[in-house]
Design a protein around this ligand. Structure first.
Ligand code: B12
Length: 219
């Protein structure tokens, strides 16, 4: 099988929620020497995009999304298992704290973003979901992260992203952290309105944005 066929199989495995196929094609990708990032962004993530669209159209439901995301994560751990040694020796792209905001337990998208960031060479600290604003700031200070990245999936929890910016300003440390936000209801306009630094509607876009903001920071 060539690269194109393996990528198509990875995509299909998520669209068909086939964990076995996802693992099998991830192993094939590793054996064929395909860059794990390409396998994730051009294979698995394409499948997840289809699933999200089908959900919006009422063709698939929550349990199917959960099975697809489990297949996604299993495949990613196979794809990235061979990377770890290489990654340890490479210069970190930056330290990034990811979380799902206070009051919000949706973490499928946040986990995909986390996976893509760490596969791209970022040092990722994952605080999980429903994380209080104060805890985010404390951890960011303690770990001296470069970027705070927060996911919100509900209109009712988006204000926590604004509260993070407000608290950073209150403490006089806003300029110490790059703040990036995302999640289905979040938009470029919202992120601009609350005075954050970056937004993306996708996980691969989040990596691109994080790299862009880091290179600005590093000059
Ligand atoms: C799966 C799901 C659940 C699962 C979550 C499982 C889990 N472990 O995450 C379960 C069943 C638990 C659940 C529960 C609830 N849910 Co729900 N859920 C969804 C659903 C169907 C899909 C979300 C999802 O995973 N999408 C797939 C991922 C891949 O997409 P994504 O998260 O958007 O992430 C992508 C981008 O946004 C971006 N991104 C994400 N995060 C970040 C972060 C950064 C920094 C960046 C740059 C980018 C980025 O990259 C990701 C990858 O491409 C949505 C519907 C929808 N269309 O969004 C409703 C939805 C979000 N849920 C909703 C609701 C209301 C609830 C409940 C309150 C239901 C209830 N009455 O109990 C509870 C929430 C409880 C709580 N306190 O959080 C509503 C929210 C409405 C609103 N107010 O805005 C939605 C929109 C459904 C609806 N149409 O009503 N839910």
């Amino acid at each position: 099988m060539d690269q194109k066929e393996i990528l198509a199989e990875l995509r299909k495995s998520i669209e068909e929620m086939d964990t076995e196929l996802a693992e099998k094609s991830a192993k094939e990708a590793v054996n064929a020497g395909i860059d794990p990032l390409i396998a994730i962004s051009d294979g698995l993530s394409k499948g997840m995009e289809t699933m999200s669209d089908l959900f919006d159209e009422g063709e698939v439901f929550v349990p199917q999304l959960l099975i697809a995301s489990e297949a996604f994560e299993n495949a990613v751990s196979i794809l990235t298992s061979t990377m770890s040694e290489e990654m340890k020796n490479s210069v970190s792209q930056g330290k990034i704290l990811v979380h799902t905001v206070q009051g919000d337990i949706h973490d499928i998208g946040k986990n995909i973003v986390k996976t893509m960031l760490s596969a791209s060479g970022f040092e990722v600290i994952d605080m999980g979901r429903d994380v209080p604003v104060e805890d985010v700031i404390e951890k960011a200070k303690e770990c001296k992260v470069d970027i705070i990245a927060g996911s919100a999936l509900m209109t009712t929890t988006m204000p926590s992203q604004r509260d993070i910016i407000s608290l950073l300003k209150e403490e006089g440390i806003r300029d110490q952290f790059i703040c990036m936000f995302g999640g289905a209801p979040v938009s470029e306009e919202w992120v601009e309105k609350i005075g954050a630094d970056g937004y993306s509607e996708s996980a691969s876009g989040a990596v691109k944005k994080a790299k862009e903001l880091m290179s600005k920071k590093r000059g």
